[in-house]
Design a protein around this ligand. Structure first.
Ligand code: ASP
Length: 452
């Protein structure tokens, strides 16, 4: 059994970890009694199953795994973006890249939310529903657009890194990289140093990924032992609606965009983003998944560092198509439950607000709900309506994050193709990027090997 698990590819191992984790969680939930726990005795002492497994082992392994991913985000984005920018052939390329990436991110988000609202209006998920809930939701104040723009430039880059303020880190790295490119010999020397650091960081990510199957198992086991299936059943129409639109967007809209704008095989892209999508699903955070998304873009999709290091971190921060889909469905749902008729201009307002709001929100779990509060306020819907859907939001959060990450990879591929910054042999090779997955923990590469 051990030997056969070892012989699986890393992607398959992560998948196995995910499925086993979900099963473990459900089994624990079935075993729990009414108090939501089960005690067992070991060596004469009484133990709580919940405390020992769910809050203990699974929690620790899961959190350590997420922290080790997050640990990589700031160094990775900074170093790889500096490398990418200082290697760009001309400064105007940066402007073009930025323009194309931002435009495509905004267009795909607008398509996502329009699709969501259209399908939601056809399905009417909230019609005739009389939901009472004890849950409450207090909206945090979302930042204004002006504040988002002001906040993009860090007044202190070290504090931006310490707080993982990604847009600020991106802006600083871009400026630093451009300045390096204009600094002649000094810039070149520094560039070599950053290339080396980048190489080591990518290696560290590969090492961390080898622990992913266990981390993903623990995360899933913990989550599914506590997830309330009753809540999902009571909101099944809304739940299935969001999932259906998410799947449609990932399997129809992205492939169409890829075919039309890049002329590339969508099947290949979907196949290669599986791993990043599974990470996104398990962590519900595009930001924590960023190291894997970037590695997928470069090693599996063949996108050159100059484009990937810019477009992918930017996407993880500003592109949230899956989140916009949830917001579209939730707005229609909440309006119907509260019996409010929204006009066409209200819906246009929702599309505009949700699309712009996604720019200023971090890729962390539940961020979409904060943005939803802003969207609801724009069209005078009660923000407390969020309490109705909060019970099913975690599972949807996981699913929409997988779509967010798929969207980042799709846009990066289209931009890279249009800039001729993609290695098509790598893109079309189904096994590209796999060979580096195995890390030989017993041997360190000797200095001689590294030099060669
Ligand atoms: N969890 C999502 C992400 O990180 C954001 C959200 O929809 O809440 O992309």
């Amino acid at each position: 059994m051990k030997a056969s698990f070892d012989s699986l590819s890393l992607t398959s191992k992560i998948f196995v970890g995910m499925v086993l984790g979900i099963l473990t969680g459900f089994l624990l939930q079935l075993a729990f009694d009414d108090s939501g726990d089960l005690t067992f005795s070991l060596l004469g002492a009484e133990f709580s199953t919940y405390g020992f497994f769910v809050d203990g082992i699974f929690n620790v392994i899961g959190q350590v795994f997420i922290s080790s991913l997050k640990m990589m985000v700031v160094p990775l984005v900074f170093v790889s973006l500096v490398c990418g920018t200082c290697n760009l052939s001309e400064p105007s390329q940066l402007g073009r890249l930025g323009g194309k990436s931002i435009a495509l991110y905004i267009i795909t988000t607008a398509i996502a939310i329009t699709l969501a609202i259209t399908i939601a209006l056809l399905v009417s998920p909230g019609e005739g529903l009389d939901l009472t809930t004890d849950a409450t939701f207090t909206a945090k104040e979302p930042p204004s657009l002006a504040q988002v723009i002001i906040n993009m430039v860090p007044s202190n880059p070290i504090s931006a890194m310490a707080n993982a303020s990604m847009l600020q880190v991106i802006v600083f790295a871009l400026l630093f990289g451009v300045a390096m490119a204009m600094s002649g010999e000094a810039g070149k020397r520094l560039g070599n140093f950053f290339e080396d650091v980048n190489h080591v960081i990518m290696r560290l990510i590969t090492i961390i990924m080898n622990f992913a199957p266990y981390g993903v198992y623990a995360l899933m086991a913990k989550l599914f032992s506590t997830i309330g299936l009753d809540t999902i059943l009571s909101l099944i129409k809304y739940f299935l609606l969001v999932v259906a639109v998410l799947i449609t967007h990932a399997l129809v809209v992205y492939p169409l965009i890829l075919r039309i704008f890049a002329g590339l095989s969508p099947v290949m892209l979907l196949r290669k983003v599986r791993e990043a999508a599974m990470f996104a699903f398990s962590t519900a955070s595009s930001s924590a998944t960023l190291p894997i998304t970037l590695e997928t873009a470069q090693r599996k999709l063949g996108i050159k560092n100059g484009v990937a290091s810019f477009t992918i971190p930017l996407g993880a921060t500003i592109n949230m198509d899956g989140t916009a889909i949830m917001q579209g469905c939730a707005t229609v749902f909440i309006a119907q439950v509260y019996g409010v008729d929204l006009s066409v201009s209200d819906y246009l307002m929702v599309i505009l607000t949700a699309t712009l709001a996604s720019v200023g929100t971090a890729g962390v779990p539940s961020a979409g709900l904060i943005m939803l509060a802003m969207v609801l306020q724009q069209v005078n819907l009660p923000v407390e309506g969020i309490a109705l859907i909060i019970g099913v939001d975690r599972l949807l959060d996981m699913t929409r994050t997988a779509v967010n990450v798929t969207g980042d990879c799709t846009v990066a591929t289209v931009v890279a193709k249009s800039e001729k910054q993609i290695d098509l042999d790598v893109y079309n090779d189904p096994n590209a990027g796999d060979r580096d997955e195995d890390v030989d923990f017993k041997h360190f590469e000797s200095n001689e090997e590294i030099k060669s």
